[in-house]
Design a protein around this ligand. Structure first.
Ligand code: NAD
Length: 501
Protein backbone atom coordinates (compact mmCIF):
# COMPACT_ATOMS: atom_id res chain seq x y z
CA UNK A 1 0.00 0.00 0.00
CA UNK A 2 1.41 3.39 -0.97
CA UNK A 3 0.96 6.39 1.29
CA UNK A 4 2.49 9.02 -1.00
CA UNK A 5 0.14 11.58 -2.49
CA UNK A 6 0.62 13.74 -5.56
CA UNK A 7 0.54 17.52 -5.42
CA UNK A 8 -1.74 19.04 -8.07
CA UNK A 9 -1.48 22.74 -8.72
CA UNK A 10 -2.55 25.49 -11.15
CA UNK A 11 -1.17 25.91 -14.65
CA UNK A 12 -0.68 29.55 -15.52
CA UNK A 13 1.20 31.12 -18.45
CA UNK A 14 2.56 27.80 -19.66
CA UNK A 15 3.91 26.43 -16.40
CA UNK A 16 2.95 24.92 -13.07
CA UNK A 17 2.24 27.50 -10.39
CA UNK A 18 5.00 27.78 -7.81
CA UNK A 19 3.20 29.63 -5.02
CA UNK A 20 1.95 28.26 -1.72
CA UNK A 21 -1.79 27.67 -1.52
CA UNK A 22 -3.74 28.59 1.59
CA UNK A 23 -6.43 25.98 0.94
CA UNK A 24 -6.36 22.47 -0.52
CA UNK A 25 -8.66 19.58 -1.35
CA UNK A 26 -8.17 15.84 -1.11
CA UNK A 27 -8.32 13.74 -4.26
CA UNK A 28 -9.32 10.09 -3.85
CA UNK A 29 -8.89 6.85 -5.69
CA UNK A 30 -12.58 5.90 -5.58
CA UNK A 31 -11.75 2.21 -6.03
CA UNK A 32 -9.82 2.08 -2.73
CA UNK A 33 -11.16 5.09 -0.84
CA UNK A 34 -7.61 6.28 -0.22
CA UNK A 35 -6.42 9.86 -0.66
CA UNK A 36 -3.98 9.91 -3.58
CA UNK A 37 -3.58 13.62 -4.22
CA UNK A 38 -3.81 17.06 -2.75
CA UNK A 39 -5.03 19.83 -5.01
CA UNK A 40 -4.31 23.52 -4.42
CA UNK A 41 -7.38 25.76 -4.21
CA UNK A 42 -7.18 29.15 -5.89
CA UNK A 43 -8.24 32.28 -4.11
CA UNK A 44 -9.01 35.53 -5.95
CA UNK A 45 -5.32 36.43 -6.26
CA UNK A 46 -4.48 33.23 -8.18
CA UNK A 47 -7.53 33.67 -10.42
CA UNK A 48 -6.36 37.21 -11.14
CA UNK A 49 -2.92 35.86 -12.05
CA UNK A 50 -4.50 33.44 -14.53
CA UNK A 51 -6.72 36.14 -16.04
CA UNK A 52 -3.68 38.42 -16.36
CA UNK A 53 -1.82 35.65 -18.21
CA UNK A 54 -4.82 35.03 -20.48
CA UNK A 55 -5.19 38.76 -21.13
CA UNK A 56 -1.50 39.16 -21.95
CA UNK A 57 -1.64 36.23 -24.38
CA UNK A 58 -4.85 37.35 -26.09
CA UNK A 59 -3.41 40.00 -28.45
CA UNK A 60 -0.84 37.65 -29.95
CA UNK A 61 -3.20 34.70 -30.26
CA UNK A 62 -6.01 36.76 -31.77
CA UNK A 63 -3.55 38.04 -34.36
CA UNK A 64 -2.09 34.61 -35.12
CA UNK A 65 -3.10 33.58 -38.62
CA UNK A 66 -5.85 31.04 -39.09
CA UNK A 67 -3.20 28.76 -40.61
CA UNK A 68 -1.05 29.00 -37.48
CA UNK A 69 -3.95 28.35 -35.12
CA UNK A 70 -5.10 25.38 -37.17
CA UNK A 71 -1.57 23.99 -37.18
CA UNK A 72 -1.50 24.00 -33.38
CA UNK A 73 -4.91 22.33 -33.24
CA UNK A 74 -3.80 19.55 -35.57
CA UNK A 75 -0.67 18.99 -33.44
CA UNK A 76 -2.80 18.88 -30.29
CA UNK A 77 -5.12 16.37 -31.94
CA UNK A 78 -2.19 14.09 -32.81
CA UNK A 79 -0.76 14.25 -29.28
CA UNK A 80 -4.10 13.62 -27.65
CA UNK A 81 -4.79 10.69 -29.93
CA UNK A 82 -1.36 9.18 -29.26
CA UNK A 83 -1.68 9.59 -25.48
CA UNK A 84 -5.39 8.85 -25.03
CA UNK A 85 -4.71 5.69 -23.06
CA UNK A 86 -2.59 7.58 -20.53
CA UNK A 87 -5.26 10.23 -20.13
CA UNK A 88 -7.94 7.55 -19.73
CA UNK A 89 -5.89 5.89 -16.97
CA UNK A 90 -5.62 9.24 -15.17
CA UNK A 91 -9.38 9.71 -15.38
CA UNK A 92 -9.97 6.20 -14.01
CA UNK A 93 -7.64 6.85 -11.09
CA UNK A 94 -9.53 9.94 -9.87
CA UNK A 95 -13.05 9.46 -11.18
CA UNK A 96 -13.42 5.68 -10.91
CA UNK A 97 -15.15 4.95 -14.24
CA UNK A 98 -13.97 1.90 -16.18
CA UNK A 99 -11.07 2.33 -18.59
CA UNK A 100 -13.07 1.70 -21.78
CA UNK A 101 -15.56 4.35 -20.67
CA UNK A 102 -12.75 6.82 -19.98
CA UNK A 103 -11.38 6.11 -23.46
CA UNK A 104 -14.86 6.82 -24.83
CA UNK A 105 -14.89 10.15 -23.02
CA UNK A 106 -11.53 11.08 -24.56
CA UNK A 107 -12.78 10.02 -28.00
CA UNK A 108 -15.85 12.26 -27.72
CA UNK A 109 -13.60 15.17 -26.72
CA UNK A 110 -11.26 14.43 -29.61
CA UNK A 111 -14.24 14.74 -31.96
CA UNK A 112 -14.62 18.36 -30.94
CA UNK A 113 -10.89 19.00 -31.43
CA UNK A 114 -11.20 17.53 -34.92
CA UNK A 115 -14.25 19.67 -35.63
CA UNK A 116 -12.31 22.74 -34.48
CA UNK A 117 -9.53 21.87 -36.94
CA UNK A 118 -12.05 22.95 -39.58
CA UNK A 119 -12.17 26.48 -38.19
CA UNK A 120 -11.11 28.13 -41.48
CA UNK A 121 -14.41 26.97 -42.91
CA UNK A 122 -16.49 27.30 -39.72
CA UNK A 123 -15.67 30.90 -38.87
CA UNK A 124 -15.85 32.30 -42.37
CA UNK A 125 -17.90 35.42 -42.86
CA UNK A 126 -20.30 36.27 -45.66
CA UNK A 127 -19.86 38.80 -48.47
CA UNK A 128 -22.53 40.55 -50.49
CA UNK A 129 -21.27 42.45 -53.48
CA UNK A 130 -23.29 45.46 -54.63
CA UNK A 131 -25.71 45.40 -51.67
CA UNK A 132 -26.40 48.95 -52.71
CA UNK A 133 -24.95 50.76 -55.68
CA UNK A 134 -21.16 50.51 -55.38
CA UNK A 135 -21.52 49.28 -51.80
CA UNK A 136 -20.45 45.85 -50.55
CA UNK A 137 -21.42 44.36 -47.17
CA UNK A 138 -19.56 41.62 -45.38
CA UNK A 139 -19.42 40.01 -41.96
CA UNK A 140 -16.60 39.04 -39.66
CA UNK A 141 -16.50 36.86 -36.57
CA UNK A 142 -13.98 37.97 -33.96
CA UNK A 143 -12.87 36.44 -30.65
CA UNK A 144 -14.08 37.73 -27.29
CA UNK A 145 -10.92 37.65 -25.15
CA UNK A 146 -10.20 35.51 -22.08
CA UNK A 147 -13.02 33.03 -21.48
CA UNK A 148 -13.63 30.76 -18.48
CA UNK A 149 -14.71 27.11 -18.52
CA UNK A 150 -16.02 25.60 -15.28
CA UNK A 151 -16.52 21.85 -15.45
CA UNK A 152 -18.06 19.04 -13.38
CA UNK A 153 -16.45 15.90 -12.00
CA UNK A 154 -18.17 13.39 -14.24
CA UNK A 155 -16.29 14.11 -17.47
CA UNK A 156 -12.99 15.70 -16.45
CA UNK A 157 -11.60 15.60 -20.00
CA UNK A 158 -14.60 15.59 -22.33
CA UNK A 159 -16.59 18.47 -20.87
CA UNK A 160 -13.70 20.98 -20.97
CA UNK A 161 -13.13 19.72 -24.53
CA UNK A 162 -16.71 20.62 -25.46
CA UNK A 163 -15.55 24.21 -25.19
CA UNK A 164 -11.83 24.94 -25.32
CA UNK A 165 -11.05 23.60 -28.83
CA UNK A 166 -13.47 26.08 -30.40
CA UNK A 167 -12.58 28.87 -27.97
CA UNK A 168 -8.91 28.52 -28.88
CA UNK A 169 -9.52 27.92 -32.59
CA UNK A 170 -11.46 31.18 -32.82
CA UNK A 171 -8.65 33.16 -31.17
CA UNK A 172 -9.72 33.41 -27.53
CA UNK A 173 -7.62 32.57 -24.49
CA UNK A 174 -8.91 30.20 -21.84
CA UNK A 175 -9.01 29.64 -18.10
CA UNK A 176 -10.34 26.21 -17.11
CA UNK A 177 -11.61 25.59 -13.57
CA UNK A 178 -12.03 21.81 -13.38
CA UNK A 179 -13.84 19.89 -10.68
CA UNK A 180 -11.76 19.66 -7.53
CA UNK A 181 -12.69 15.97 -7.32
CA UNK A 182 -10.68 14.90 -10.38
CA UNK A 183 -8.41 17.79 -11.30
CA UNK A 184 -5.47 16.05 -13.01
CA UNK A 185 -6.93 15.58 -16.51
CA UNK A 186 -6.96 19.36 -17.06
CA UNK A 187 -3.25 19.59 -16.23
CA UNK A 188 -2.51 16.71 -18.57
CA UNK A 189 -4.31 18.57 -21.37
CA UNK A 190 -2.44 21.79 -20.53
CA UNK A 191 0.90 20.02 -20.96
CA UNK A 192 -0.26 18.64 -24.33
CA UNK A 193 -1.18 22.12 -25.53
CA UNK A 194 2.28 23.34 -24.64
CA UNK A 195 3.86 20.47 -26.54
CA UNK A 196 1.59 21.22 -29.49
CA UNK A 197 3.06 24.72 -29.68
CA UNK A 198 0.25 26.79 -28.15
CA UNK A 199 1.74 30.05 -26.87
CA UNK A 200 2.00 30.34 -23.09
CA UNK A 201 -1.01 31.95 -21.46
CA UNK A 202 -3.55 30.87 -24.10
CA UNK A 203 -4.60 27.85 -21.98
CA UNK A 204 -4.58 28.16 -18.19
CA UNK A 205 -5.95 26.01 -15.39
CA UNK A 206 -6.97 27.18 -11.94
CA UNK A 207 -8.07 24.62 -9.40
CA UNK A 208 -10.44 25.08 -6.52
CA UNK A 209 -14.02 25.52 -5.50
CA UNK A 210 -16.66 28.20 -5.37
CA UNK A 211 -14.17 30.92 -4.38
CA UNK A 212 -12.35 30.53 -7.70
CA UNK A 213 -15.61 30.44 -9.69
CA UNK A 214 -16.97 33.52 -7.94
CA UNK A 215 -13.86 35.48 -8.85
CA UNK A 216 -14.02 34.34 -12.48
CA UNK A 217 -17.65 35.45 -12.61
CA UNK A 218 -16.96 38.95 -11.34
CA UNK A 219 -13.57 39.56 -12.99
CA UNK A 220 -13.98 42.23 -15.68
CA UNK A 221 -11.25 40.60 -17.77
CA UNK A 222 -13.29 37.41 -18.29
CA UNK A 223 -15.58 37.90 -21.28
CA UNK A 224 -17.56 34.66 -21.33
CA UNK A 225 -18.27 31.67 -19.11
CA UNK A 226 -19.08 28.12 -20.16
CA UNK A 227 -20.33 26.21 -17.14
CA UNK A 228 -21.44 22.59 -16.73
CA UNK A 229 -22.65 21.19 -13.41
CA UNK A 230 -25.73 20.80 -11.25
CA UNK A 231 -28.82 22.91 -11.87
CA UNK A 232 -28.73 25.10 -8.74
CA UNK A 233 -25.11 26.07 -9.43
CA UNK A 234 -25.73 26.48 -13.18
CA UNK A 235 -28.61 28.85 -12.45
CA UNK A 236 -26.58 30.95 -10.02
CA UNK A 237 -23.55 31.03 -12.35
CA UNK A 238 -25.80 32.20 -15.19
CA UNK A 239 -27.34 34.92 -13.03
CA UNK A 240 -24.03 36.15 -11.58
CA UNK A 241 -22.16 35.98 -14.88
CA UNK A 242 -24.79 37.86 -16.87
CA UNK A 243 -25.12 40.41 -14.05
CA UNK A 244 -21.44 41.13 -14.59
CA UNK A 245 -22.03 41.64 -18.29
CA UNK A 246 -20.63 38.34 -19.51
CA UNK A 247 -21.86 35.98 -22.14
CA UNK A 248 -22.83 32.79 -20.26
CA UNK A 249 -23.90 29.28 -21.23
CA UNK A 250 -24.62 27.20 -18.12
CA UNK A 251 -25.56 23.55 -18.55
CA UNK A 252 -27.30 21.98 -15.57
CA UNK A 253 -28.54 18.66 -14.28
CA UNK A 254 -30.89 16.12 -15.77
CA UNK A 255 -33.50 13.45 -15.23
CA UNK A 256 -33.56 11.57 -18.50
CA UNK A 257 -36.58 9.46 -19.36
CA UNK A 258 -36.60 6.52 -21.74
CA UNK A 259 -40.08 5.75 -23.06
CA UNK A 260 -40.70 2.17 -24.15
CA UNK A 261 -43.75 1.52 -26.33
CA UNK A 262 -45.43 -1.90 -26.38
CA UNK A 263 -44.17 -2.64 -29.91
CA UNK A 264 -40.50 -2.09 -28.99
CA UNK A 265 -37.86 -4.81 -29.19
CA UNK A 266 -37.74 -5.52 -25.46
CA UNK A 267 -34.29 -7.11 -25.48
CA UNK A 268 -32.88 -4.07 -27.23
CA UNK A 269 -34.71 -1.80 -24.77
CA UNK A 270 -33.50 -3.77 -21.74
CA UNK A 271 -29.89 -3.70 -22.98
CA UNK A 272 -30.17 0.03 -23.60
CA UNK A 273 -31.69 0.74 -20.18
CA UNK A 274 -28.93 -1.17 -18.41
CA UNK A 275 -26.14 0.39 -20.48
CA UNK A 276 -27.46 3.91 -20.14
CA UNK A 277 -28.67 3.54 -16.56
CA UNK A 278 -25.58 1.99 -15.01
CA UNK A 279 -22.73 2.98 -17.34
CA UNK A 280 -20.25 5.20 -15.43
CA UNK A 281 -22.26 4.21 -12.33
CA UNK A 282 -25.07 6.48 -13.50
CA UNK A 283 -22.82 9.53 -13.15
CA UNK A 284 -23.59 10.85 -16.62
CA UNK A 285 -25.75 13.84 -17.39
CA UNK A 286 -27.22 11.78 -20.22
CA UNK A 287 -27.74 8.65 -18.11
CA UNK A 288 -31.20 7.15 -18.31
CA UNK A 289 -32.59 7.44 -14.79
CA UNK A 290 -36.30 6.91 -15.49
CA UNK A 291 -37.67 4.12 -17.60
CA UNK A 292 -41.26 4.82 -18.66
CA UNK A 293 -42.94 1.55 -19.57
CA UNK A 294 -46.19 1.80 -21.51
CA UNK A 295 -48.65 -0.95 -20.49
CA UNK A 296 -48.43 -3.86 -20.81
CA UNK A 297 -44.63 -4.16 -21.16
CA UNK A 298 -43.67 -3.18 -17.56
CA UNK A 299 -43.42 -6.66 -16.00
CA UNK A 300 -41.56 -8.14 -18.93
CA UNK A 301 -39.13 -5.24 -19.16
CA UNK A 302 -38.40 -5.20 -15.43
CA UNK A 303 -37.72 -8.94 -15.50
CA UNK A 304 -35.29 -8.58 -18.40
CA UNK A 305 -33.46 -5.71 -16.73
CA UNK A 306 -33.22 -7.56 -13.43
CA UNK A 307 -31.72 -10.54 -15.20
CA UNK A 308 -29.09 -8.36 -16.89
CA UNK A 309 -28.19 -6.50 -13.68
CA UNK A 310 -27.25 -9.79 -12.05
CA UNK A 311 -24.55 -10.34 -14.68
CA UNK A 312 -22.78 -7.00 -14.18
CA UNK A 313 -19.33 -7.09 -12.60
CA UNK A 314 -18.75 -4.19 -10.24
CA UNK A 315 -15.09 -3.54 -9.58
CA UNK A 316 -12.18 -1.12 -10.06
CA UNK A 317 -12.23 0.86 -13.28
CA UNK A 318 -8.69 -0.29 -14.00
CA UNK A 319 -9.68 -4.00 -13.99
CA UNK A 320 -10.49 -5.22 -17.51
CA UNK A 321 -13.43 -7.32 -16.28
CA UNK A 322 -15.29 -4.49 -14.55
CA UNK A 323 -18.48 -3.25 -16.18
CA UNK A 324 -19.13 -0.60 -13.55
CA UNK A 325 -16.78 1.19 -11.16
CA UNK A 326 -17.28 2.94 -7.83
CA UNK A 327 -18.91 6.32 -7.22
CA UNK A 328 -16.72 9.38 -7.14
CA UNK A 329 -16.55 10.02 -3.39
CA UNK A 330 -17.71 8.43 -0.17
CA UNK A 331 -20.04 11.34 0.52
CA UNK A 332 -21.69 10.98 -2.89
CA UNK A 333 -22.02 7.20 -2.46
CA UNK A 334 -23.71 7.74 0.90
CA UNK A 335 -26.08 10.32 -0.56
CA UNK A 336 -27.07 8.00 -3.40
CA UNK A 337 -27.48 5.07 -1.00
CA UNK A 338 -29.86 7.22 1.05
CA UNK A 339 -32.29 7.13 -1.90
CA UNK A 340 -32.60 3.36 -1.52
CA UNK A 341 -34.19 3.93 1.88
CA UNK A 342 -36.29 6.93 0.89
CA UNK A 343 -37.54 5.19 -2.26
CA UNK A 344 -38.68 2.19 -0.27
CA UNK A 345 -40.26 4.40 2.38
CA UNK A 346 -42.16 6.28 -0.35
CA UNK A 347 -43.65 3.00 -1.60
CA UNK A 348 -41.49 2.16 -4.62
CA UNK A 349 -40.61 -1.49 -5.06
CA UNK A 350 -36.89 -2.26 -4.71
CA UNK A 351 -36.31 -4.92 -7.37
CA UNK A 352 -32.49 -4.93 -7.26
CA UNK A 353 -30.66 -3.60 -4.20
CA UNK A 354 -27.21 -2.27 -5.11
CA UNK A 355 -25.99 -2.66 -1.53
CA UNK A 356 -26.25 -6.41 -1.93
CA UNK A 357 -24.49 -6.62 -5.31
CA UNK A 358 -21.13 -8.45 -5.08
CA UNK A 359 -18.11 -6.20 -5.52
CA UNK A 360 -14.82 -7.46 -6.86
CA UNK A 361 -12.63 -4.78 -5.27
CA UNK A 362 -11.10 -3.14 -2.20
CA UNK A 363 -13.68 -2.91 0.60
CA UNK A 364 -12.65 0.70 1.19
CA UNK A 365 -13.84 1.76 -2.29
CA UNK A 366 -16.94 3.91 -2.79
CA UNK A 367 -19.11 1.07 -4.06
CA UNK A 368 -22.78 0.83 -4.75
CA UNK A 369 -24.09 -1.78 -7.16
CA UNK A 370 -26.84 -1.30 -9.76
CA UNK A 371 -30.22 -0.61 -8.19
CA UNK A 372 -33.66 -0.94 -9.76
CA UNK A 373 -36.90 0.54 -8.44
CA UNK A 374 -40.28 -0.35 -9.91
CA UNK A 375 -43.68 1.36 -9.51
CA UNK A 376 -42.07 4.77 -9.02
CA UNK A 377 -44.28 7.86 -9.25
CA UNK A 378 -43.75 11.63 -9.37
CA UNK A 379 -43.68 12.97 -5.83
CA UNK A 380 -41.30 10.28 -4.64
CA UNK A 381 -37.77 11.60 -4.06
CA UNK A 382 -36.28 8.89 -6.30
CA UNK A 383 -38.34 10.36 -9.14
CA UNK A 384 -38.14 14.05 -8.29
CA UNK A 385 -34.41 14.35 -7.55
CA UNK A 386 -31.42 13.95 -9.81
CA UNK A 387 -29.72 11.07 -7.99
CA UNK A 388 -26.63 10.84 -10.23
CA UNK A 389 -25.85 7.25 -9.31
CA UNK A 390 -26.64 3.69 -10.42
CA UNK A 391 -30.33 3.88 -9.58
CA UNK A 392 -32.89 3.27 -12.31
CA UNK A 393 -36.58 3.97 -11.65
CA UNK A 394 -39.40 2.36 -13.62
CA UNK A 395 -42.63 4.33 -13.97
CA UNK A 396 -45.64 2.54 -15.46
CA UNK A 397 -47.99 4.51 -17.74
CA UNK A 398 -51.13 3.46 -19.60
CA UNK A 399 -50.36 5.11 -22.95
CA UNK A 400 -47.93 7.03 -25.15
CA UNK A 401 -49.78 10.24 -24.29
CA UNK A 402 -49.39 9.65 -20.56
CA UNK A 403 -45.67 8.97 -21.03
CA UNK A 404 -45.20 12.12 -23.09
CA UNK A 405 -47.09 14.17 -20.52
CA UNK A 406 -44.84 12.84 -17.75
CA UNK A 407 -41.67 13.72 -19.64
CA UNK A 408 -42.88 17.19 -20.59
CA UNK A 409 -43.97 17.94 -17.02
CA UNK A 410 -40.47 17.23 -15.70
CA UNK A 411 -38.48 20.36 -14.90
CA UNK A 412 -35.39 18.98 -16.64
CA UNK A 413 -35.08 18.60 -20.39
CA UNK A 414 -31.60 17.32 -21.17
CA UNK A 415 -31.96 14.02 -23.00
CA UNK A 416 -34.69 11.47 -23.70
CA UNK A 417 -35.15 8.33 -25.73
CA UNK A 418 -38.02 6.48 -27.35
CA UNK A 419 -37.91 2.76 -28.03
CA UNK A 420 -40.36 1.62 -30.67
CA UNK A 421 -40.60 -0.07 -34.08
CA UNK A 422 -43.24 2.46 -35.19
CA UNK A 423 -41.80 5.25 -37.34
CA UNK A 424 -44.96 7.33 -37.03
CA UNK A 425 -44.81 7.26 -33.23
CA UNK A 426 -41.13 8.18 -33.37
CA UNK A 427 -41.84 11.14 -35.62
CA UNK A 428 -44.60 12.31 -33.27
CA UNK A 429 -42.31 11.98 -30.28
CA UNK A 430 -39.48 14.00 -31.78
CA UNK A 431 -41.93 16.80 -32.54
CA UNK A 432 -43.83 16.78 -29.27
CA UNK A 433 -41.23 16.12 -26.59
CA UNK A 434 -39.86 19.16 -24.76
CA UNK A 435 -36.30 17.97 -24.41
CA UNK A 436 -33.14 19.21 -26.13
CA UNK A 437 -31.60 15.90 -27.19
CA UNK A 438 -33.73 13.03 -28.42
CA UNK A 439 -32.77 9.43 -29.18
CA UNK A 440 -34.92 7.13 -31.30
CA UNK A 441 -33.86 3.62 -30.27
CA UNK A 442 -30.65 5.31 -29.04
CA UNK A 443 -30.44 5.66 -25.26
CA UNK A 444 -27.72 8.30 -24.81
CA UNK A 445 -28.21 10.68 -27.71
CA UNK A 446 -25.11 12.86 -27.25
CA UNK A 447 -24.92 14.72 -30.56
CA UNK A 448 -21.81 14.38 -32.71
CA UNK A 449 -19.38 17.30 -32.74
CA UNK A 450 -20.91 19.00 -35.78
CA UNK A 451 -24.31 19.30 -34.09
CA UNK A 452 -24.59 21.04 -30.72
CA UNK A 453 -25.11 19.62 -27.23
CA UNK A 454 -27.68 21.17 -24.96
CA UNK A 455 -30.80 20.53 -22.96
CA UNK A 456 -33.95 22.59 -22.44
CA UNK A 457 -35.64 23.98 -19.34
CA UNK A 458 -33.63 23.56 -16.11
CA UNK A 459 -30.91 21.67 -17.97
CA UNK A 460 -29.49 24.76 -19.67
CA UNK A 461 -29.40 28.46 -18.85
CA UNK A 462 -28.56 30.76 -21.74
CA UNK A 463 -29.30 30.25 -25.39
CA UNK A 464 -26.11 28.75 -26.79
CA UNK A 465 -25.63 25.00 -26.74
CA UNK A 466 -22.14 23.50 -26.49
CA UNK A 467 -19.87 22.88 -29.52
CA UNK A 468 -21.00 22.61 -33.14
CA UNK A 469 -22.18 25.82 -34.80
CA UNK A 470 -23.47 27.17 -31.49
CA UNK A 471 -19.95 26.83 -30.09
CA UNK A 472 -18.42 28.85 -32.90
CA UNK A 473 -21.02 31.57 -32.40
CA UNK A 474 -20.68 31.58 -28.62
CA UNK A 475 -16.93 32.20 -28.74
CA UNK A 476 -17.09 34.93 -31.39
CA UNK A 477 -18.78 38.27 -31.90
CA UNK A 478 -20.24 39.21 -35.23
CA UNK A 479 -19.32 42.40 -37.00
CA UNK A 480 -20.89 43.68 -40.21
CA UNK A 481 -18.90 45.99 -42.49
CA UNK A 482 -20.54 48.21 -45.09
CA UNK A 483 -17.90 49.33 -47.56
CA UNK A 484 -17.60 51.78 -50.42
CA UNK A 485 -14.52 52.82 -52.29
CA UNK A 486 -15.62 56.20 -53.49
CA UNK A 487 -15.09 57.53 -56.96
CA UNK A 488 -15.71 61.19 -57.77
CA UNK A 489 -19.41 60.58 -58.59
CA UNK A 490 -20.13 60.10 -54.87
CA UNK A 491 -19.22 63.63 -53.90
CA UNK A 492 -21.86 66.00 -52.52
CA UNK A 493 -23.87 66.58 -49.32
CA UNK A 494 -26.97 64.50 -48.47
CA UNK A 495 -28.23 64.42 -44.87
CA UNK A 496 -31.00 61.86 -45.58
CA UNK A 497 -31.05 58.38 -44.00
CA UNK A 498 -29.11 55.97 -46.23
CA UNK A 499 -31.36 53.66 -48.25
CA UNK A 500 -30.59 51.07 -50.89
CA UNK A 501 -30.49 52.24 -54.44
P1 NAD B 1 -21.38 20.78 -9.29
O1 NAD B 1 -22.46 21.72 -9.69
O2 NAD B 1 -21.25 20.41 -7.87
O3 NAD B 1 -19.95 21.39 -9.71
C1 NAD B 1 -19.66 21.81 -11.02
C2 NAD B 1 -18.53 22.83 -10.98
O4 NAD B 1 -18.96 23.98 -10.26
C3 NAD B 1 -17.28 22.33 -10.27
O5 NAD B 1 -16.16 22.83 -10.96
C4 NAD B 1 -17.39 22.92 -8.87
O6 NAD B 1 -16.15 23.16 -8.27
C5 NAD B 1 -18.12 24.22 -9.13
N1 NAD B 1 -19.02 24.61 -8.04
C6 NAD B 1 -19.62 23.81 -7.13
N2 NAD B 1 -20.41 24.54 -6.32
C7 NAD B 1 -20.33 25.82 -6.73
C8 NAD B 1 -20.94 27.04 -6.31
N3 NAD B 1 -21.80 27.07 -5.30
N4 NAD B 1 -20.63 28.17 -6.99
C9 NAD B 1 -19.78 28.15 -8.02
N5 NAD B 1 -19.18 27.02 -8.47
C10 NAD B 1 -19.45 25.87 -7.84
O7 NAD B 1 -21.53 19.49 -10.23
P2 NAD B 1 -20.75 18.11 -10.13
O8 NAD B 1 -21.24 17.36 -8.94
O9 NAD B 1 -19.29 18.31 -10.30
O10 NAD B 1 -21.27 17.41 -11.47
C11 NAD B 1 -22.46 16.69 -11.55
C12 NAD B 1 -23.59 17.56 -12.09
O11 NAD B 1 -23.24 18.06 -13.38
C13 NAD B 1 -24.88 16.78 -12.30
O12 NAD B 1 -25.94 17.57 -11.89
C14 NAD B 1 -24.91 16.56 -13.81
O13 NAD B 1 -26.18 16.36 -14.36
C15 NAD B 1 -24.30 17.82 -14.28
N6 NAD B 1 -23.79 17.68 -15.64
C16 NAD B 1 -24.52 18.24 -16.64
C17 NAD B 1 -24.09 18.10 -17.94
C18 NAD B 1 -24.88 18.71 -19.07
O14 NAD B 1 -24.41 18.66 -20.16
N7 NAD B 1 -26.04 19.28 -18.84
C19 NAD B 1 -22.90 17.41 -18.23
C20 NAD B 1 -22.19 16.86 -17.18
C21 NAD B 1 -22.65 17.00 -15.88
Amino acid sequence: MTTSTSHITHWIAGRAWTGTAERHGDVYDPATGRVTGRVDFAGPDVVDEAVDAATAAFGGWRDASVARRTGVLFAFRELLHARRDELAALIVSEHGKVHSDALGEVARGLEVVEYACGIPQLARGAYTEQASTDIDVYSLRQPLGPVAIVSPFNFPAMVPMWFFPLAIATGNTVIVKPSEKDPSAANFLAALWREAGLPDGVFNVVHGDRAAVDRLLEHPGVKAVSFVGSTPVARSVYEAGTRHGKRVQALGGAKNHMLVLPDADLDLAADAAVNAGYGAAGERCMAVSVLVAVDPVGDDLVARIKQRIATLTVGPGSAPGSAMGPLVTGAHRDKVTGYLDSGTADGAVLVADGRKHAVDGDPGGFWLGPTLFDHVRPGMSVYDDEIFGPVLSVVRVPSYDAGLELINANPYGNGTALFTCDGGAARRFQREVEVGMVGINVPIPVPVAYYSFGGWKSSLFGDAHAYGEDGVRFFTRGKAVTQRWPDPSHAGLNLGFPTNS
